[in-house]
Write a new protein. Structure first.
Length: 348
């Protein structure tokens, strides 16, 4: 007959000690507190501290990090005292070169191997003769100078038009001019935008921006036509950067002068070229009637966008010194100076 197995040795430390009243109440209190805390974070209103409620759905959304873009400005040559160059007389290439020579020449600002981004105004599906978009002849000349004279590595041309991007780039002549000169067109798509941080901006401190063309860019140049604008009086060099905004940018029309002044600190370009060859004197910014266009035969190249726009407003649109409010706001934000006296050189 098999013997019964031995019982395991009972070690005293395995035996439960009797629980006293104090320990019992402490454990009950702990369990009650944990239960109450769990109930609070799950049931508390969304705006209460530590609440897990997400009525809007925003808490579960990924919040992208916003970043500032670089400052692309280049100091002018030591022997140059002017901030704005004006070219007049001759062909478009001659006028453009005169304006650039007045501020030290393009080769001072663009160096061999640079990747250069050019932002023309291609907002509308319009012929260039109507003055609503940048003159493609200026663009073609500038790209040639950048690639041949300055020996840049690449020239990119981009805008985020109000109307169909493909149609706007085709009808305006900007695509053809870019590709003929050896540049590359960047059109917007939904994945090309990034959250931009603009310190000091009141309306777009954190806002979606057409960022893809700016990847690895060394220098940035804007080319903007001079034209009437039904909301902000005039669209010139500073207003041109509006085309880089994404999102529901039309909401800013309610505070148009503030947003335009914000643009002056959003982008610190290497230079701005103001196209005064076909000036849209009224019914801007879209135009459509050739009788509203004045042949100006003038091009400005500038390092101070505030002074540049002030001169164009006064002398090309012929509206005197009662400047649009956004210019004073841009000056207050440190983007330039309205008083251009002694800082402009004209070459005819």
């Amino acid at each position: 007959m098999a013997s019964k197995p031995d019982k395991p040795i009972q070690h005293p430390e395995y035996e439960k000690a009797p629980m006293d009243r104090r320990t019992l109440f402490r454990r009950i209190a702990t369990a009650t507190g944990l239960g109450a805390g769990t109930g609070y974070v799950s049931l508390a209103p969304a705006n209460w501290p530590l609440s897990l409620r997400d009525n809007s759905g925003h808490r579960s959304q990924h919040v992208p990090e916003s970043k500032a873009i670089p400052d692309f400005r280049v100091a002018k040559p030591d022997n140059i005292h002017w901030d704005v160059g004006i070219g007049r007389g001759g062909s478009v290439p001659q006028i453009l070169r005169k304006s650039l020579d007045a501020i030290g020449g393009l080769q001072h600002y663009i160096k061999p191997g640079d990747i250069v981004l050019i932002k023309p105004n291609v907002a509308f599906d319009r012929s260039p003769a109507l003055g609503a978009t940048t003159n493609p002849e200026i663009l073609e000349c500038l790209i040639n100078m950048i690639l041949v004279d300055c020996r840049a590595q690449e020239v990119r041309v981009t805008d985020n038009p109000i109307e169909s991007p493909a149609d706007c780039f085709a009808k305006s002549g900007v695509r053809r001019a870019t590709e003929k000169a050896g540049g590359r067109v960047y059109l917007p798509d939904t994945n090309a935008f990034r959250l931009l941080h603009t310190p000091g901006a009141k309306l777009i401190e954190h806002w979606w921006f057409f960022h893809r063309p700016f990847s690895n860019v060394d220098k940035v140049i804007g080319i903007a036509p001079v034209k009437d604008h039904n909301l902000c009086e005039a669209s010139m060099g500073i207003k041109n950067w509006y085309g880089l905004l994404g999102g529901t940018r039309n909401q800013f029309h309610q505070d148009i002068h503030e947003i335009v002044s914000d643009l002056s600190i959003m982008i610190r370009p290497t230079m701005t070229i103001v196209d005064g060859t076909h000036i849209l004197m009224k019914n801007g910014p879209t135009g459509g009637d050739p009788s509203n266009v004045l042949q100006g035969d003038t091009i400005l190249s500038g390092l101070d966008p505030v002074a540049q726009d002030a001169w164009a407003f006064e002398h090309l649109l012929g509206r005197g010194k009662n400047y649009p409010a956004y210019l004073a706001k841009a000056e207050a934000k440190g983007s330039g100076k309205l008083d251009y006296e002694g800082r402009i050189r004209e070459i005819t």
